[in-house]
Design a protein around this ligand. Sequence first.
Ligand SMILES: [Zn+2]
Length: 397
Amino acid sequence: MTVQQAAHERLAEVGNNVADDYMTLKLLAAGLARVLWERQRVREGVEPTTGLLPQAWRTGVTRLSWRALEQSNRPPMSDMEVFSWCRLPLVSWPVRLDVSHSDADILLIDGQELSAFADEAARLAPKVDVEGELTENQTFAKLQAAAEMHGRTEQEIQRAYVALRLFLIEYPVVSDLDLNKLTGRFNRADRHGRLYVREFFDAAYQYRKGGGPASCRVCSDCGNPLHDGSEVCGTPGCTGVPTIEQLKVLEGYYVQHRGVRVCMHDPGLVEKRLFDGLRHLPKSSARLHEWPGMDACDVAVEFPDPAAPDDSERSEWWAGDAKDYTSATLLGRSFKWDRRMLARHRFLILPQHRFEQRHYVDDLKREMQGRSDGVRVISEGDFLAKARTRALGGTPW
Ligand SMILES: [Zn+2]
């Protein structure tokens, strides 16, 4: 085999889009997620599996090497070298990566953990199998199943779904006594007597023992548990401070699995702010729909036709997906509008802290060009203001 043939075979292995550096980053991030997960399991006393580095990582490193050669640079000598790059801002990597302005300062590893960017990237990588993804997917499936078991009509099921999903956003930490309230309300059981809601709950939370009143260090705003010593809350956009929460417990309490926190609780904060802002509009002129169709989109507002207020087909519908991504580019490339959700006006709603980030909106719009399905990018504040104007009879546009 000639050198060129060998090169072609290697290229086929890593994909012919080596120039897509976001794909390389997704693969490296998926590999890192796997490595950190394995380490955590070893700390918990589980036997390590193969000891080999994950395939995603190896493919990512190979793609990086190709990129280096293309740039007449020296490819990385070892995995350790690439690991050390992962703690540097992307802009300082020895191999130049084609990433957008708003991603230039991003790290893949931050302290001992995956950065928020790497977390997102890992979830978008092809065929990843990491703990975070599994927990959040299982939680999502069990949430839907529990909702379906607690309603006879579509409306009842939807109401149960909204209540359970809001529970995840409102309670990153739950005492066993609070759990009793949940199981009291959602009390259907399978034929073995196991509560459906308990299946959902156990997928989302892990148990911490501690009798009597338990105290837990949490963020004053978003409620996420904080490590000892950390002075700031790491939740995107959150400006809360550490506080001690006293939990009334019988035997112990529960905290959300990391994957559920990162994928459902934290991005849920903006969804909840939207709901809270829309709930107070007069019902006769604007009706709020939370995660309609069990998540066809995040929020919809129905403005009834005054001539036929009960005919929802004649209403004007606005629908929005709220997304809290670190990377505007990754968001723009992965964003898809759910076709089930028909609406006059469609929005991609950004939390204020993203909307105001430098270059973020420009990078996002550039990535969405040509395939945005008429979806408008808007900040949460602007969306609420426009909905309010429309509800009160003004012209929002
Ligand atoms: Zn916080």
